[in-house]
Ligand binder design. Structure first.
Ligand code: GLU
Length: 513
């Protein structure tokens, strides 16, 4: 029987989650759900110096906003699950601290790792000496047994023990194999070979009792029975070490998939927060306030993006279904997603495409829901009937990308023009406009059944019959109603604001002329 698919999203809580992190979570989520598997959140907080308060909470909130929910997480341990589900928790590495030492010891015992006592100053000196000779210092097979380094490969067992007993600081280093060719496989990148001689002996454990990322990551992926590791390309250089660690423990390694980088809109270099600041788009899902600097970073949610749009555009950063279809709900993405269709090449971030998706999902929202959001944004709408607002939204949303665009597109449905656009006035007002508008007013007044259809028949019929010219009537009429030459159909506007208000606005324009 094949094992149940289990994937994890394993962020370090060092700040807000970048949009690239959300994409990694999304691909994990889609893969898990596609295969009926578990989507697990593991918090990699072994580096307490980089811990940022509120980051974990932010990560959970951001992913939930996108519609991704974990099956297991620090908040949601396995216990709540039905059917005798194994409890894999805790899900924060800081709470799993007690576990790692025995695994490091195991590697020492079977000769796959060793103690190293070199101080930071000594290592720094080695680095400098090497640099002076135009070389780079790497701690590995070529020098680890030389006397100038202080480790358990050089010292006798008794000397090593004496140092540890005396409380000297040490680290445990992985003993990378010498002269081996390592064969690695990545679902996206295929097969790779690595010469183990280029690897350095990475630190796995420190005498302060904390494991490093590499050890904790491998031990936890094993204990949590993770079947697929899907993560960013920046971790590809660690794959060799990770594979070697699995081998050293005698464990089966999960399958790996390293996702392509997300590139700047220009296509050159990795997308950064600075690109967003410069070009005016967010790189975080939710707003984030830095507690130290009070700096606020924009979030997609607060900028008016719909989660469906964010998910849809993120899915296309590095993946595509191989068809023309671009619009995918989360459910449809689960159905269509395939790791083997993820590209190797970096994915260019296109802020305009994000807006295009938002415009699309805007049209799919219920007018009443949009009206509720819109109402909250303007004091002028406080006392307006929600159904009226919803009707207005229905007339203008096709031209909007965000709810924040609504007011500019629709203010004239709620308040009469305060002024007339200069350019529009020049274009619309001719010598006889006042007279023409008096006539329009008369037609409006005599239209008793004030519907779009009747208004259209009366006014258009009169224009045609008297050969007045549409522009001569419709342009100033629009100017009177809107204050500019913009907006939806003139008859829709008249119907919406009603007879009395229409007449008032026509009179106001005549007075202005
Ligand atoms: N903690 C790592 C990060 O912050 C996780 C890398 C991995 O998924 O193995 O990205």
């Amino acid at each position: 029987m094949s094992k149940k698919v289990r994937v994890r999203f394993a962020p370090s809580p060092t700040g807000p989650l970048h949009i690239g992190g959300v994409r990694t979570a999304l691909f994990n989520y889609l893969f898990a759900k596609k295969h009926g598997g578990d989507f697990v959140l593991r918090i990699e907080d072994t580096d307490q110096n980089r811990f940022v308060e509120g980051a974990e909470d932010y990560i959970v909130k951001a992913l939930n906003w996108c519609g991704m929910h974990f099956d297991e997480s620090p908040q949601l341990t396995g216990e709540h699950r039905q059917g005798g589900h194994k409890n894999f928790g805790p899900y924060r590495q800081s709470q799993r601290k007690h576990l790692y030492k025995s695994y490091a010891d195991q590697l020492i015992e079977n000769g796959k790792a060793y103690y190293a006592f070199d101080t930071a100053e000594e290592l720094d000196q080695h680095r400098k000496d090497h640099e002076a000779k135009g070389k780079t210092f790497i701690y590995n097979w070529h020098n680890r047994e030389k006397r100038r380094l202080v480790n358990s490969l050089v010292l006798t067992e008794a000397e090593t023990k004496a140092k540890i007993d005396a409380g000297e600081d040490y680290v445990i280093r992985f003993k990378s194999p010498q002269d081996e060719t390592l064969h690695l496989t990545d679902i996206i990148r295929g097969k790779m070979t690595i010469d183990t001689n280029v690897l350095d002996d990475k630190v796995l454990f420190k005498s302060d009792g904390m494991p490093t990322y590499h050890l904790a990551n491998i031990v936890d992926d094993h204990l949590l029975e993770i079947t697929h590791v899907i993560r960013g390309e920046e971790w590809l250089p660690s794959l060799a070490l990770h594979q070697l660690l699995y081998d050293a423990f005698g464990w089966d390694a999960p399958k790996f998939a390293h996702l392509p980088l997300i590139l700047k809109p220009t296509g050159k270099g990795k997308l950064s927060k600075r690109d967003g600041d410069k070009l005016g788009f967010p790189v975080f899902p939710l707003e984030w306030k830095d507690k130290n600097t009070d700096d606020v970073s924009k979030g997609y949610k607060e900028e008016g993006y719909f989660p469906e749009a964010v998910v849809n555009f993120l899915a296309f950063l590095g993946w595509n279904p191989g068809t023309e279809q671009e619009i995918f709900s989360l459910e449809e993405l689960i159905e269509a997603f395939d790791l083997s269709k993820v590209n190797k090449a970096g994915a260019r971030f296109d802020p305009d495409k994000t807006k295009w998706f938002n415009h699309h999902y805007m049209q799919e929202q219920l007018d009443l829901d949009l009206a509720k959001q819109f109402k909250g944004t303007r004091p002028e709408l406080a006392d307006v009937d929600i159904n009226y607002v919803a009707l207005v939204v229905g007339l203008i949303k096709e031209r909007a990308t965000f709810v924040s665009d609504f007011w500019d597109l629709s203010h004239f449905f709620f308040v009469s023009p305060q002024s007339y656009d200069e350019k529009a006035s020049k274009k619309a007002i001719k010598e006889d406009t006042a007279t023409v508008m008096e006539q329009v007013k008369a037609h409006v007044l005599k239209t008793n059944d004030f519907t779009v259809g009747n208004l259209q028949t009366n006014i258009k019929g009169w224009i045609t019959k008297n050969e007045i010219g549409f522009g001569k009537v419709m342009m100033p009429l629009r100017l009177a109603l809107v204050g500019a030459l913009q907006g939806p159909d003139v008859f829709d506007i008249m119907f919406m604001i009603g007879k009395a208000e229409t007449v008032k606005r026509i009179e106001a324009l005549i007075k202005e002329i």
